[in-house]
Design a protein. Sequence first.
Length: 632
Amino acid sequence: MKAYASINSDGDKVVLTTAAMDDSFEEMVARCKEVPGARWHKGTKTWRYPLAVETCHGLRRSWGDELTVSPELGRWYVAENVGREQQVSRAAAGDEQLVRLPRVAPALAATLRPDQRVGVAWVAAGYRGGGLLCDQPGLGKTLETIGGILESADEPGQIIIVCPKLSVRRVWQREWKKWAPHVPVYAARGTRKMRQATIDKFAKDPTETKVLIVVSEMLRIIEELDPTDFEKKKMVFAGYQYPELFAGAWHWIVVDESHRMFGSLTVVKGNLAGKGLKHLGQLGAKSSTPPRKLAVTGTPFGRGGRIQGMFGTLHWMWPDEFTSFWRWAEGLFEIEIDKVYIKGGHGRTRETRKVGKLRQGTEGDFYGNLGPRILRRTKAEVLPNLPPKQFIEVKCELSGTQLRQYKMLSDEAEVATDNGIITANGVLAEITRAKQVANGCLGLLGEDGKVYFTGDSAKLDMLEELLEQRGIGGEAGGDLKVIIASQFNEFLKIVEHRLRTANIGYHIITGQTSDKKRDDAMEAFQNEGGHRVFLLNAKAGGVSVTLDAADEVHCLDELWNPEDQEQLEDRAHRASRMHQVRIYHYRAEGTIDDVIAEDVEGKRQAQHAVLDGRRGMEYARSLIRYRTPAAD
């Protein structure tokens, strides 16, 4: 069999023409389908693929010497490879000479560290109109993004920044006004009417280069039941909540904390905000240059910290290349298939697929494909003088009541209290209750049936001892500052009670803290005269919070996602202060705490094998070899 690969007339697809059909037709089809993104075009009787280096490699693997490449495609491949290598070289550079930024934002250009100048140059160059900036938390991705946009060779034009929540929006607003005061910045906030008024003001501003900051919920599309077929209950597109956002010709689309937006493995279907983001910039792109896309996150994986969770971000930026999650996954990962019997289905079964680890032999493809698309630097790499985090495990022996409650929960999915029984209905509820009991004993409030922490807690007893050793609340005094974190607000209330009883001052941020109080609490803690203790909800304080005045982070309950856990720890461990940060993990012996610790460590190692593979390839491969069973 023979095949001929060329570029289509629009210059955006690889077209494969095969030999006349013969007895090996099925083999030919199988070869064509091996390459990701394969689409059969009936009109021309050809196969079409994304115009990408990976497509060329896949076709060569499938067809070998039987493949003939057109001169035009050959020239494109050579030029594209040069561009990829240049972008990888930028990522590996130690410093970069910036051209435009010193003129348009001299204060910003002067304050950047060498590694941040590299980040600016990398963002400005981009790869195929996109990029994923995922330096470790605390290295200054916000400044690198602003600098990269301003450093762009062409005039930036309109910029939209999508944030996961209001607290992150405030950070972007503050940094733009500080470093690029000549650029008008509009931040949509408040009620729907207030947000619409901000969008209208932005639209009327005649300035060519301007910034609009929105929260992700504003991108939600409107769906309704298909009016042509109500019986199937199929939802169809019915419009936008803020149509003006989608009619604008955006030059840059920046998504901050992108792992929150693209965390779902089925992002092709996605949530309503994710679907809206895919539409953003498409209307304007028809009559102008497609928008540049940048995803910003220190933790780019999806829910649960799974490596394959990165697909959502890749699909948003390069949808022609990353067309289908399962096609992408099947080419790289081991796929586990389970057959589930359908009750009442007359003996029928349904197959369910689960993504496993990277298959042996695909690591090179995986790393090579990510190379020009991702900029990832670790603190150890760019800040050798910053001491690494020191991790300390604090083992806590459950009190008698805690032990009885935990055993009853394990045996019967119930917790006995003085006022009644707390029932855990379902797996998730049981896991949540297990984490709570590992923290402290639970109680039940009378008729309301509200669950609360009684205050009987082995972890808090140990915390009090450690705080006293540091002179916090005692007579010794000192200047060491600590962060105390938990994912449960009700548990933080018990910590507050103990601190007040011991006459220890503190600051606090939870999910209910207003923007102003968040800023005031951070500023007070960072100042020399502020309280030495900061209480933090582990999820609410994981982003847009700088608390580098802290020397220690006491994690009363570990987050199951290693990305979120790293975000929490890096509130204190940041490039802005060269100091030793100690992370204390409080773990109740013989409980779910031990399971979470083991699971998080496994995910963390797998993630670092991927993200840090470009400079630590041998480390990455050693992990993969370690986790691969030996051949019989």
